[in-house]
Design a protein around this ligand. Structure first.
Ligand SMILES: [Zn+2]
Length: 160
C-alpha cells in the first residue's frame, strides 16, 4: 500500500558557492518535500477527470507519495540554497528573487491551462489568488528556511 500523502523533512548537507564573492563552503539545509499521490493531485484531477481516479489508485508502482516527497525535498534544498545570504559577503545571489516569481508564474500558467482544458470557467483572478496563496506560502517557507541555514565550512572567495 503506497503512501497517499507524504511529507519528507530532512537535514541536507550541500556544497555552496557564492556567485558574488566566490566563497565556498558546506551548508546544512532543512529541506521539505510534500507530495500528494505522486505529484500535483489537483492538477491531474483537472486534466484527467474523475474517471482516471481508479487507475491512479491501482497504479501503485509509479505513484508512491513517499518516494516523490523525497525527490521533492532534494529539489527544495537546491531552491532554499539559492536564497541563502552568503555568510562571507552577506549578499544573496542576483537571481534569488527571480526564481520564486518564475515558479509562481509557471504554477499559475499550469493551473489556468488545467482549468481551461477541463472546461471549467474560473475567473483568472480567482485562480491567481489561490495560486498566490499556495505558492506564496511555499516560497515564504523557503525564505524562512534560508535564514536558518547553518554553515558547516566556509572559505572566503578571492574578493574581500
Ligand atoms: Zn559571497
Amino acid at each position: 500500500m503506497p503512501a497517499l500523502i507524504a511529507t519528507h523533512r530532512d537535514e541536507v548537507e550541500r556544497y555552496y558557492t557564492c556567485p558574488r564573492c566566490g566563497a565556498r563552503g558546506e551548508m546544512k539545509v532543512t529541506a521539505v518535500g510534500r507530495s500528494t499521490w505522486g505529484g500535483s493531485f489537483a492538477l491531474r484531477l483537472s486534466f484527467g477527470g474523475f474517471f482516471r481516479l481508479g487507475r491512479m489508485l491501482s497504479d501503485s508502482s509509479t505513484s508512491n507519495a513517499q518516494d516523490d516527497a523525497e525527490t521533492r525535498a532534494q529539489r527544495d534544498a537546491d531552491r532554499v540554497l539559492a536564497l541563502v545570504r552568503c555568510p562571507s559577503c552577506h549578499k544573496r545571489p542576483r537571481l534569488a528573487f527571480v526564481w520564486p516569481v518564475l515558479r509562481l508564474a509557471g504554477f499559475a500558467g499550469l493551473a489556468m491551462a488545467g482549468l481551461w482544458l477541463a472546461g471549467l470557467s474560473v475567473p483568472w483572478w480567482a485562480t491567481a489568488a489561490v495560486v498566490a496563496a499556495i505558492g506564496g506560502t511555499a516560497e515564504a517557507g523557503r525564505f524562512a528556511r534560508a535564514r536558518q541555514v547553518s554553515t558547516l565550512k566556509l572559505s572566503p572567495g578571492p574578493q574581500p
